[in-house]
Design a protein around this ligand. Sequence first.
Ligand code: NAP
Ligand code: ZN
Length: 348
Amino acid sequence: MPIAKGYAATDASKPLAPFTFERREPNADDVVIDIKFSGICHSDIHQARNEWGNSTFPMVPGHEIAGIVTSVGSKVSRYKVGDRVGVGCFVNSCLHCERDLYREQYMPGLVGTYNSVEADGVTPTQGGYADSIVVQEDYVLSIPDNIPLDKAAPLLCAGITLYSPLSHWKAGPGKKVAVIGMGGLGHMGVKIGAAMGAEVTVLSQSLSKKEDGLAFGAKEYYATSDAETFKKLAGSFDLILCTVSAEIDWNAYLNLLKVDGTMVLLGVPENPVPVHAFSLIGGRRSLAGSMIGSIQETQEMLDFCGKHNITPEIEIIDIQDVNEAYERVIKSDVRYRFVIDIASLAKD
Ligand code: NAP
Ligand code: ZN
């Protein structure tokens, strides 16, 4: 079994710490990847701290993985040694059914990149805060030449999680789209939505990031701490994408939709979402949810970002600083995604 070095949470209340573990033996259709960079998604924090109640430990988080192929099995046809590749939130999807190329992330056979169990049904999956990973070739993404590996990493979750609903609900010219929360996910929504031709508005807690939001392509930027925002923008949007995981006043935001508009939940609040029937029936509005995207759609997103030169804003950190980075994400003190330089593992 290949040995990997990384950082793991050993239980929900402990900081992440150095951890050595075994990856599964590569099969003929597997690609072995030398991980170079790994993004920190807020979902990593939720799971490392068991905030969703479904965590198993020890856990190596990380599902925004970018690296270089170091070996391929005899049946691998799409990748070769030296290729620049990515791995996102899942490493298998079709254990129980025929693969659905556009909806596989919703299938019961989904195998998460970490906090899940491999296709063999027993081996725990471990994520990207580590120096290597073994992945079946169908779940490996190709990174466009013009996107550096460090900036590619956050596209594998934050990028696809916004691209998928923007594409599904047909954001484009003539569509008014609002993004609630301009963090890791939200800032990608602004960049991708604007590149698709939609008119994007940011709804942030304050105006402190307004200059950035406008530079990323937003047409307007409002503070949700100001009650005037909700009066002024009532009935304005075709689509609202909510990237906030905390409790917000759902009815107030639904009221910002046009007739037939849709609000899509992307963030995962801890409690049920209290919505008044009038907030929906009064404008034939829809409340929906969306989770990451399929592998095919993720490749489409990477190619779209390559073509439009869209990359996330990142702050590179050493892996030894991961626990401090978690605290800063929680305080919304990140511009806009932390990315771990995996080479820093050598310092331990
Ligand atoms: P993040 O970088 O922490 O961004 C979240 C943003 O929400 C913050 O930057 C902040 O934006 C806003 N916010 C935070 N606390 C708030 C509060 N109490 N009230 C109002 N707004 C608040 O996190 P992320 O990595 O983008 O992830 C966001 C959420 O999406 C997490 O719950 C994560 O688990 C989830 N997620 C879901 C999927 C999916 O497939 N659906 C995929 C990845 C992540 P402002 O400072 O601009 O207000
Ligand atoms: Zn994520």
